[in-house]
Design a binder for this molecule. Sequence first.
Ligand code: BGC
Length: 370
Amino acid sequence: MKLLIALTLLLGMIYCRSASARVAVEDFDNIRLFTLTNKHGLTVKVTNYGAIITSIIMPDRDGQMADVALGYDRVEDYMNAVDKPYLGAIVGRYGNRIARGQFTIGETTYQLAVNNGPNHLHGGIIGFDKVAWDAQPLEGDGECGLQLSYLSQDGEEGYPGNLKVTVTYTLTDTNQLRVDYLATTDKPTHVNLTQHTYFNLKGEGKGDILDHHLTLNAKQFTPVDEGLIPTGELREVAGTPFDFTSAKPIGRDIGQDDQQLQFGGGYDHNFVLAGGDPQDGLPLAARVYEPGSGRVLTIHTSEPGVQFYCGNFLDGRLTGKAGRPYVHRGGFCLETQHYPNSPNQANFPSTLLQPGAEYRTTTTFSFSTD
Ligand code: BGC
């Protein structure tokens, strides 16, 4: 287990220069837990185990706070959970699936760890979600954050090249959580990093998310085979259950007799983002509105795709922070990314990273009410 158990215990609070935004640090069963708080009391907790977001506490339209991120109280639960569904984690070196765990760069075919039927999923057996990252709290004006670094060794899970990865979480006083990804390599390799938080805007453990209204800035999606590997087609969403171009409850069409929904057990598909006018430099990916609480999550990204996964594999066996079970579809993920199996699909945007180049992507999660 590539886990550094003996991490320094940091005591006390580290305050940012900003009057209000601050980072608190505490021990989390030998792994550190960092609490980012902004001037409105919005808090985001992050552990350096798996760079996992363990909690996001935000108000509803009446100011009632709730934790909208699925997770556990104890780091052991992240390590030992049934099926390890990547709650809150940074996923890599390659988020999503690579067919048969193989790709070819130049003359060389690489065999990656296979951990999802015949395929490679989310970086393999010990992906970036299951390692200890170095963590450095950051200070800023009106924002605070955490910079997490990890060196993925040449050959790890079968990937070529030493990959240096930095993920920076920044919480702003404008109620935005920004995630900046940076990676460099010493050999050509494939990289596709993403954030795997499961959200329930009613509050974690409060039933399913089928009544959340979702808008996706996507006119196409990438249909898959039975193993959830894209066929290579970019299919129009118009006239299908995959049309979220205007807000619609996640559950409205999920029961339709549709082969793609059968393959995914519901929505578990990559959507092709349409781009458009950027806000703060980034185009819109998704907006989710929960009518009961009025909570809104808006996501912008520099990535070309987003995997919309609506928790089809949750089945009530996992218990969350408030002691409530995570029921079927008890959370949704919107994983900004390049498309699945890109190393083997010449028509998809490339995930190849060359030595001397920088992998840089940014995704923002904005929290508001309506
Ligand atoms: C995948 C799902 C998978 C889940 C947890 C998602 O990103 O698309 O198929 O079950 O992660 O592993």
